[in-house]
Write a protein that binds this ligand. Structure first.
Ligand SMILES: Cc1cc2nc3c(=O)[nH]c(=O)nc-3n(C[C@H](O)[C@H](O)[C@H](O)COP(=O)(O)OP(=O)(O)OC[C@H]3O[C@@H](n4cnc5c(N)ncnc54)[C@H](O)[C@@H]3O)c2cc1C
Length: 478
């Protein structure tokens, strides 16, 4: 019996980010021979440049700080931001397994977290953990590197410059393998040697989102052309999404493309300035329209609420925080200042002068905002007022210019709670699993910050376990 594939593994994982690594580690742990195929020279996809914010409901860190939370509450927050387009069973799967995913990263992967539980926009309580790095700057790379070394220790091959061009599905039947091009550059295109790789149990598609695919995203939303910057790496393109659709996968929510409101035009992609905005300005400061000196938005609203308000203003906005609010980012504030992405001011008048904001109006705005904090009600934007809010008054004031960048693509292939890819006939496609940003239906219209990594870890683990469990595909060697 001639084998129709050049090489065969039990499980073939496409993509070396959080979702692919989690899938491969679990598949290998269950005894499956496993390979990861990665088209770029480097590993880690967008995951390796992520900030390492991870949301979890009921984590040990919340318990230590007596924060009351539950998977239901996290699911309700995700669905509110997602405008209820989220598939409830998928959301529940993420939230119910989010805390055990954190335990897994600690116990199996060896990650440690900062001793802080942060409340990001759209979350109704603090539940976001931050992966600890040596520099204490937000850092998903630490988790990716530890997952990579775990995968290698377990004997998983990670083949880079292996551009997957087709996913092989037998007519109306199972997925049995892939064809790859051995790309010479990091981004395919030029012809390379074509090879075939079969799977005895399954293919896990974990090839990420498509925020850098200008052609594809412009078809979905003509406003998101090349003039709009992205935080993503160049490899975040749509070829495997269209390939999965070609072999019968059901696409959902493809137009739900998210812009990050904390992005700054004064740094490339997402860097320390965005971290400063996420961790200091939005939770403890305000964002104003420089033309009017007035607040623009609920700073604790979800990303869509905030980005839409800024886009409606139609020009760069100014976010700022006082010295007490900035103390939450003490560990990387000096980097923000030396990069020039954040500017300090001794008085509000100086800040107003610098950004050409009407000074009197800005003063009135700050006074009104402080009154809302004191009275427990934001009558303008309904920002939730928490206990021990910081009154915006203590100089120096630290300011950043803000303008949204394309950050995340919520749409993708439909999966079920076992991470099986669902076909156009609404039946699982045999031997085909998916996890991470390539999937759709979990986040709906708008993803909450820190829920992507939870999603990748939860569904990546499920995809790897389910693929490894599956009976071998008999037709492989006929
Ligand atoms: C700058 C930044 C910061 C972020 N910070 C956070 C955060 O703190 N918290 C959070 O929850 N979310 C965050 N996100 C979102 C989150 O990081 C991503 O959604 C997540 O990392 C995606 O993981 P993934 O495994 O699905 O895909 P990726 O990590 O993107 O990996 C997919 C891999 O598949 C490869 N691939 C694609 N096509 C092919 C092909 N044809 N053949 C072979 N390989 C292919 C890609 O090269 C890539 O390496 C951030 C995103 C960005 C861009």
């Amino acid at each position: 019996m001639a084998n129709k594939y050049g090489e065969v593994f039990d499980v073939v994982v496409i993509g070396s980010g959080f979702a692919g690594l989690a899938a491969a580690i679990e598949a290998r742990a269950a005894g499956a021979s496993t390979i990861i195929l990665e088209k770029t020279k480097g590993r880690g996809g967008n995951s390796i440049i992520s900030e390492g914010f991870i949301a979890a409901a009921g984590s040990v860190f919340q318990k230590k700080q007596s924060i009351i939370d539950s998977p239901e509450c996290m699911a309700s927050d995700m669905k509110k931001a997602g405008l209820d387009l989220n598939h409830p069973d998928l959301v529940r799967t993420v939230t119910e397994n989010s805390s055990s995913a954190i335990d897994w990263t600690i116990e199996e992967i060896g990650v440690t977290y900062l001793d802080q539980v942060v409340q990001l926009g759209g979350h109704s309580r603090p539940r976001t953990l931050i992966v600890k790095s040596r520099s204490n700057v937000c850092c998903g790379a630490v988790l990716v590197r530890k997952m990579l070394s775990k995968a290698l220790d377990m004997g998983i091959e990670i083949r880079t410059q292996a551009y997957v061009q087709t996913i092989v599905r037998e007519a109306g039947g199972p997925v049995t393998g892939v064809t790859i091009r051995e790309a010479q550059s990091s981004l395919q295109i030029e012809p390379g040697i074509v090879k075939t790789i079969g799977c005895r149990k399954g293919v896990v598609l974990a090839s990420g989102g498509f925020a850098s695919d200008v052609r594809f995203r412009t078809i979905l939303n003509p406003l998101l052309d090349s003039s709009v910057e992205t935080t993503n790496r160049p490899g975040a393109t749509a070829e495997l999404l269209t390939e999965a659709i070609r072999i019968g996968a059901m696409p959902i929510h493809l137009s739900a493309i998210q812009l990050g409101p904390w992005a700054s035009p004064d740094e490339k992609g997402l860097n320390v300035g965005s971290n400063f905005a996420s961790m200091a300005v939005f939770p403890h400061g305000i964002v104003v329209d420089p033309r009017t000196g007035e607040r623009l938005l609920n700073e604790l609203g979800d990303r869509k609420v905030r980005a839409d308000a800024m886009l409606a203003a139609d020009h760069i906005c100014i976010g700022f925080v006082d010295a007490k609010g900035a103390s939450f980012v003490d560990h990387f504030l000096p980097r923000c200042l030396s990069n020039g992405v954040v500017t300090p001011f001794d008085t509000l008048a100086e800040l107003a002068h610098h950004y050409k904001i009407p000074a009197n109006k800005l003063k009135r705005t700050v006074t009104a905002f402080n009154d809302y904090l004191k009275n427990g009600k934001d009558v303008e934007f309904g920002r939730p007022i928490r206990e021990n809010e910081i009154i915006l008054e203590q100089p120096p004031f630290y300011a950043i210019r803000l303008w949204p960048k394309i950050h995340y693509t919520s749409g993708g292939v439909q999966i079920d709670t076992h991470a099986r890819v669902i076909g156009l006939d609404q039946q699982p496609i045999e031997g085909f699993f998916a996890a991470g940003e390539i999937t759709g239906g979990i986040h709906g219209a708008c993803r909450l910050g820190s829920c992507a990594i939870s999603d990748c870890l939860v569904f990546g683990r499920i995809a790897g376990q389910q693929a490894a469990l599956r009976l071998e595909i008999k037709s492989l060697e006929s």
